[in-house]
Write a protein that binds this ligand. Structure first.
Ligand code: TYD
Length: 213
């Protein structure tokens, strides 16, 4: 059963998702909904341990992809599916589109193999594959993202990748959008923080009102 609402937030590093996710959580809470705000890789004690490894240790691309899906499986079983069954709103900072974007686009890992893993890990008893109901994609030119990140924090393994890597990540997000256009809402993340916030609020409002991207 799925009476909840599952929204994921995606984009290259430096696109500035975090503040906006917190605001969306507030809007739902004010409307009386229970909100589970979570992230990938991570979201359970085991998945957070896997996050530490995958974000900081060099490894083979297949190992990296498998660890992302291993962390996701735990997260789905322990947190996301129970929350959706309760009717909660699940706000997830990244989900499977990030694996297609980073491991598929960025690392060049085989798209079909990722699609196979996706079906295994996110398969539902009803036969479908769990996907977010809505994905808010913060789309940004990788050069602008790099400038934003340079002034921010100590980079992790992915954040320290060159601009070309993020151009490939961005292209893979666009490919995912073209494969599943009805759940993807693209936001122009080059705008001011306030304008991006307005766009995010509008996209979520429209989606709740039944308007699909
Ligand atoms: P991010 O979500 O940006 O968190 P923070 O803001 O704390 O840095 O970091 C997660 C990183 O993991 C990001 O660089 C993207 C990467 N990632 C993948 O490569 N594959 C995945 O499947 C997921 C979920 C994330």
């Amino acid at each position: 059963m799925n009476s909840g609402t599952f929204i994921s937030f995606e984009g290259i590093d430096g696109a500035g998702k975090s503040t906006h996710i917190a605001r969306v959580a507030d809007v739902f809470r004010q409307a009386g909904r229970a909100v589970v705000s979570t992230r990938e890789p991570g979201g359970t004690p085991l998945s957070e341990k896997l996050r530490e490894m995958v974000l900081h240790e060099p490894m083979d691309p297949l190992t990296e992809a498998l660890l992302m899906f291993a962390a996701r499986r735990e997260h789905l079983v322990q947190v996301i599916e129970p929350a959706l069954a309760r009717g909660d709103v699940v706000l997830c900072d990244r989900f499977t589109d990030a694996t297609f974007a980073y491991q598929g686009g960025g690392r060049g890992f085989d798209w079909q193999v990722l699609a196979h893993l996706e079906r295994m890990v996110q398969g539902l008893p009803s036969g479908g594959v769990r996907q977010p109901d809505l994905t808010v994609w913060f789309d940004l030119d990788p050069q602008i993202a790099a400038e934003r990140l340079a002034s921010a924090r100590v980079p992790d393994k992915f954040e320290s990748q060159p601009v070309d890597f993020f151009a490939a990540v961005r292209a893979a997000y666009a490919r995912r959008q073209s494969e599943m256009p009805r759940r993807f809402a693209r936001i122009d993340a080059a705008q001011s923080m306030a304008a991006v916030g307005q766009d995010v609020a509008r996209v979520v409002d429209q989606w709740l009102a039944g308007v699909r991207p």
